[in-house]
Design a protein around this ligand. Structure first.
Ligand SMILES: [Zn+2]
Length: 256
């Protein structure tokens, strides 16, 4: 109860009442929180354009203790990440990242490493030639920080040491062909894909961003989407959006 403050990223919002806005944030100090921004939809709102999706700012709120919704007093922009809302591919990947954070965390569950990863990923997306590459790097690390690190050294079913032929990726890690068949919901992964996953999580963030994935990029993006969907319990909403964008705009520069 009382006044709180934290650096936070806007991860969603919806209108309520005549001119108010309910805004969700992923904050450094309090994890996922939601609050009401009074009169935020008025033309001359004191929030201005600060409550746009992906905006990073300094949030000041009041917790009455009587409701799940906080009262949002101030949100001062630190970095608007406006470029992410102008490029469809970057928008899709940023939305996927935000959806993973939103749906894999509980309210008020503080997770500073995940917050840092979110901000770092949005920052990288702003200048990325290949937004999907950033999403792959995020996905690999997101599983790590949330404690869902897939095992890649042995089959998760029978304990047989990797490498083996025709590996698949299940909820807990790699599976051999037989265990994958028994599990039923594992996704085939190429040996190159296993090696790339291993490499991406062992190197620094900067190195991971800089190391080209070539044709493995699409494979890893699809695997991570399948993995996240498994953890969430249903396909991500933005995963579909991303696939549609790609289908409709085979962009120059070789974005698949
Ligand atoms: Zn096995």
């Amino acid at each position: 109860m009382g006044l709180g403050r934290s650096a936070a990223v806007v991860i969603g919002s919806f209108p309520i009442g005549e001119s108010d806005l309910v805004v969700s944030f992923y904050s450094r100090e309090h994890g996922k929180i939601r609050g009401v921004a009074k009169a935020a939809r008025r033309a001359r709102s004191r929030f201005g354009g600060a409550l746009e999706l992906f905006t990073l700012g300094e949030l000041v709120f009041f917790d009455t203790g009587r409701s799940d919704l906080l009262r949002i007093d101030h949100f001062d922009i630190v970095r608007p990440f406006g470029g992410l809302r102008e490029d469809l591919e970057a928008l899709g990947q940023a939305a996927w990242i935000v959806e993973c954070v939103t749906r894999l965390t509980a309210d008020h569950d503080r997770h500073v490493a995940l917050y840092a990863l979110l901000v770092r990923s949005l920052r990288a997306l702003e200048t990325a030639d290949r937004p999907v590459h950033v999403a792959v790097c995020f996905g690999v690390r997101c599983l790590e920080v949330l404690g869902h690190r897939p095992r890649l050294d042995v089959c998760g079913g029978c304990g047989r040491a990797y490498p083996f032929a025709r590996p698949a990726l299940g909820a807990g890690g790699v599976l051999c062909e037989r265990c994958a068949r028994e599990a039923g919901d594992a996704t085939p992964i190429s040996p190159g894909g296993v090696a790339a996953l291993e490499r991406l999580r062992a190197t620094s963030w900067e190195e991971a961003l800089a190391s080209p994935l070539g044709r493995l990029e699409g494979e890893l993006a699809a695997l991570l989407e399948a993995h996240m969907s498994g953890l969430i319990g249903q396909p991500t909403r933005t995963g579909r959006f991303v696939r549609e964008v790609r289908r409709l705009s085979p962009a120059p520069g070789g974005r698949p």
